[in-house]
Design a protein around this ligand. Sequence first.
Ligand code: AVJ
Length: 312
Amino acid sequence: MMNSFAEDVHAGLSSDNKYLPSKYLYDANGSRIFQEIMNMPEYYLTDAEFEILSMQTKQIHNSLHFSEPFNIIELGAGDGFKTFKLLEYLVHNKVDFNYVPIDISKGAMDLLSKTLKKRLPGLKIKPKVGDYFEILKVNKESQYPSLLLFLGSNIGNYSKEKAISLLELFHRNMKSGDKLLIGFDLKKNPITIHKAYFDSYGITKRFNLNLLIRINRELEADFKIDDYDFYCHYNPITGQLKSYIVSLRAQTVNIKALNSAFHFGYNELIWTELSKKYDLYEIDQLAKETGFELNTNLLDCKHLFSDSLWEK
Ligand code: AVJ
């Protein structure tokens, strides 16, 4: 039996327009490189969302109108860095809540609970490891109101259809009155957006080429990494930033675990990621289309990013 990584690589590289699903960018090395991306000044998303979640904590808390105790469930919590200020504010104000960070990386969850127990001893934290689709179901059974966090513009990785079905899944697993705080990267000067993804340090290039290294290691392939480059393109009309790996020459790659060889033409592209940018109208539409009521859009002072509060 092939595992799903193998199956997905097979499907993507067999397609007429080659692609690889972006979720596979995050192995241990990829997650480390993504940390480097978040630390680049050009990658404005991190700072903008951090500003919102640290400067507007009181406003977020006041717009919840929850009885206590309540749950804060963070989907794809990672290192929890952005959420810290919000948690700190609530703990210092003696608000009674459970923090339930969810991530597929057990390492990330172990580290997060260790740091938070040290830095916020009063926090009630119940980390969960796994696929958040399964864990979301647990929310429906909880008798407490819940705030779901889906931050960092992770929604940007989903096509319109997939974003809608993901948000509908969230909706189905929420109770009436539950809230969702969801991060959207906003449309802005296209040059600013392009610079955040086409960095001159080559960090985003390393992030993408690491996927070929992962395929070499996990699926016994023979990609020659130097024969590939990185390119990305932003379309300011659709708001789609698309990332690609470029084959710098015509070449054939063997992937042992797939029992197959794949041909790459001169300058052929492998699409690796969609990072969709939204405007406030589209955010509004998306909330309506998926059954939510939009409470408020919380923007950073430069209006680069929105954490939007939706209610079921
Ligand atoms: C983690 C999906 C929000 O699309 O901006 C950063 C990933 N890719 N630079 C994004 C990413 C290239 C990031 N997300």
